[in-house]
Design a protein around this ligand. Structure first.
Ligand SMILES: Cc1cc2nc3c(=O)[nH]c(=O)nc-3n(C[C@H](O)[C@H](O)[C@H](O)COP(=O)(O)OP(=O)(O)OC[C@H]3O[C@@H](n4cnc5c(N)ncnc54)[C@H](O)[C@@H]3O)c2cc1C
Length: 417
């Protein structure tokens, strides 16, 4: 406790999830220190597509996916990549991950993702409203593009799940697509416009501005690497770092795709992989879409980000440490040229990031069963920007003794056995 009686809390990880936890804790009277080896917003939270995808409740493994994997891997413009040398390490994670692709399991998972996402714009408004981060937040629809209506209909299982979990949309023919997205070519002839979504127009700067707000109102952000934990007899938790240790009443692990390396030190083995993703940020593009556009065949998003055009997507399995693969980066550029055949730009920047992925596509949110002053907030897969603020609110409620208004059982750390 601080001298004033407030709880001291350390948060490991200054991505959208960690900073959301930190701000909500601070607003509930806690004295918060955030620890990250990088500056805020430099992990996965830096380079995502910026979509507040409140309707994206369907996990990646769905019925029939396994049969499509070989053609996805062979497709020179495909969305899936595998570093073959990584397979032996991947298998223990991949087998249960793919086992979770049955229809009933996927429907159950979607039902547990939905409460973390459905009110994401309001959650971001509550987090960023009145701060300098607010300028990056805006309401937006989210356009899914298909080469033809049949492709959408063939994906009926996923769209039914979205509808059952509250998503609303209208469909567009090719003329309506061209009206909405000037400059788009003739490849995509059917669209689904998801309503009442939102976006963050510069995700990295958004997190940095939120972190500045935390500091301006008395919080601390310390640049160091968390290494382990020590526990005092009075319930305090010491975070061991590469610099000075940090003592607190509670610790939150929000270290994204790296979190399992820390939970292991507490005896919790979480099957967490990196779903490596990429973006290219086009410099001075001649065309920028007004809203985020998902090219469903390439599973990548073209979005108006950082004052230009960012195309982001790809799933690559290859772990946390391997260097970037140039192939998916070329694919993203090719995909944006297919969407906008007349586009010109003056160079581009490339980025690789790590989506934190559990085997059941649900995050880990809640309290450690063995260490009651340690809390978890990680594993948000493709929707961490969307679900970060809600997660932060839930964690702050738990730590300050309020009852969260959703059941946190599906997100328990010990569900993996
Ligand atoms: C290409 C791509 C596109 C995406 N598009 C979207 C999108 O449009 N919408 C959406 O909602 N989501 C999207 N996502 C997913 C989203 O970016 C992630 O789910 C989210 O950023 C995860 O946030 P985080 O705070 O958990 O992790 P991160 O942002 O990765 O933060 C974790 C932090 O922990 C720090 N850390 C780790 N270990 C330690 C340690 N031992 N000590 C100190 N610090 C440590 C890291 O340095 C890092 O800063 C996308 C992801 C990718 C890759």
């Amino acid at each position: 406790m601080t001298e004033g009686g407030a709880k001291k809390v350390t948060v490991v990880g200054a991505g959208i999830v960690g900073i959301s936890c930190a701000l909500h804790l601070q607003r509930r009277g806690c004295a918060v220190t955030v620890v990250d080896r990088l500056a805020p917003g430099e992990g996965a939270s830096f380079g995502n597509a910026g979509v507040l995808a409140s309707g994206s409740v369907v996990p990646v493994p769905t019925p029939g996916l396994i049969g499509k994997v070989p053609s996805m891997l062979m497709d020179p413009l495909g969305p899936l990549y595998l570093r073959w040398s990584y397979i032996p390490r991947l298998i223990p994670w991949l087998v249960p991950y793919m086992r979770n692709s049955g229809a009933d399991t996927v429907a159950r998972i979607a039902g547990h993702i939905a409460p973390l996402l459905f009110d994401s714009v309001e959650q971001h408004q509550a987090l960023a409203g009145g701060t300098k981060a607010e300028k990056w937040l805006r309401g937006s629809d989210y356009l899914y593009l298909f080469t033809e209506r049949e492709k959408f209909e063939g994906d009926g299982f996923n769209w039914n799940l979205r509808r059952r979990n509250g998503a609303v949309w209208e469909t567009l023919d090719d003329a309506a697509i061209h009206d909405l997205v000037p400059g788009s070519g003739s490849k995509y002839r059917f669209g689904v416009l998801m309503k009442n979504h939102g976006m963050i127009t510069d995700p990295g700067r958004y997190v940095k501005d939120l972190a500045d707000t935390l500091i301006e109102t008395g919080g601390r952000v310390v640049r160091t690497e968390a290494r382990g934990f020590g526990f005092g007899g009075d319930g305090t938790v010491r975070l061991e770092t590469t610099e000075e240790p940090v003592d607190a009443d509670a610790v939150v692990i929000a270290a994204g795709a790296w979190s399992a390396r820390l939970t292991e030190r507490l005896g919790h083995r979480v099957p967490l992989e990196s779903e490596r993703g990429y973006h290219v940020q086009l410099e001075k593009p001649s065309i920028v879409p007004p809203i985020p556009v998902m090219m469903t065949d390439g599973k990548c998003v073209a979005a108006p980000i950082a004052g230009g055009l960012r195309v982001a997507g790809i799933v690559e399995f290859g772990g946390l440490d391997a260097p970037a693969n140039p192939r998916p980066l070329r694919v993203l550029i090719e995909r944006v040229r297919q969407l906008f055949p007349g586009i010109t730009f003056e160079g581009h920047r490339e980025w690789l990031g790590h989506r934190p992925a559990t085997t059941d596509s649900l995050p880990v949110v809640g309290r450690s069963p063995s260490h009651p002053n340690v809390f978890f907030a990680f594993g948000h897969h493709h929707v961490g920007l969307t679900g970060g603020p809600k997660t932060g609110r839930l964690i702050a409620e738990l730590i300050t003794g309020s009852q969260p208004n959703i059941d946190l059982t599906p997100y328990r750390v010990d569900r993996f056995g």
